[in-house]
Design a protein around this ligand. Sequence first.
Ligand SMILES: CC(C)(COP(=O)(O)OP(=O)(O)OC[C@H]1O[C@@H](n2cnc3c(N)ncnc32)[C@H](O)[C@@H]1OP(=O)(O)O)[C@@H](O)C(=O)NCCC(=O)NCCS
Length: 208
Amino acid sequence: MIQNTVKSLLLIGVMVGSMHKVHTMDKIHFEKVTIAHEKCIFDWLEKPHVQEFWDNSQKHRDDIINFVNSRKEICEGLFDYWVGSIEGNSFCLVMTSEILSTSNVPDVWKTHLSKTGKTLSLDFMIGNENYLGKGLAAPTLEEFTLFIKDKIDKSVDTFFIDPNENNPRAKHVYAKAGFKVVTEFIRNGDRFSLMVKAPGPITIAAID
Ligand SMILES: CC(C)(COP(=O)(O)OP(=O)(O)OC[C@H]1O[C@@H](n2cnc3c(N)ncnc32)[C@H](O)[C@@H]1OP(=O)(O)O)[C@@H](O)C(=O)NCCC(=O)NCCS
């Protein structure tokens, strides 16, 4: 009797746990951000959980506007913007930027550039709160790296991502997606980790 009750409670626990997660068997679809996504992305930029860790500057907003208008205006925008959707609903934004030895990035980044292909840096957010905290972040990032390599540019083999040290949730999901902390660096007074996902062995610098 007691055994049956324990079994039932365990079963209910498993069912509740699986209801909480979104099953990634539902294919995640990525596409370049277009004017049709603009309002949705600007709504996401207003969300408190996004504002905590995301660039909230007008320059960033202008870059998105330039991007969806095919960068007709002269600007410094170096980013490509991608939107991810699942179950037909847009839920995440990824920004990509190719990092070159001439790029304006911390010197320590350059020691981790791919020697066999291109290196892309990523910025990632789940803006749609219906899909936040549902276990989607790591599988989405993994899918995104495959999407870039398979569908966009086969010569990309290394990805950088740089969470703020005050963002342990992001750091945790990036590690789950296969990124490794290789070093830390300071930008505008804040400390960040550089995390790398690459095909070969990854060199980890001493971190104080
Ligand atoms: C970072 C972000 C993408 C994560 O998405 P999410 O939907 O919250 O993540 P998931 O539900 O997939 O996974 C969260 C994981 O972090 C863990 N977690 C939550 N809070 C944590 C914390 N404070 N420290 C460590 N791990 C934490 C959860 O337990 C879960 O891990 P598990 O799957 O191993 O149990 C999302 O919170 C976001 O977009 N934030 C705003 C923008 C942002 O911070 N972007 C990153 C810029 S570098």
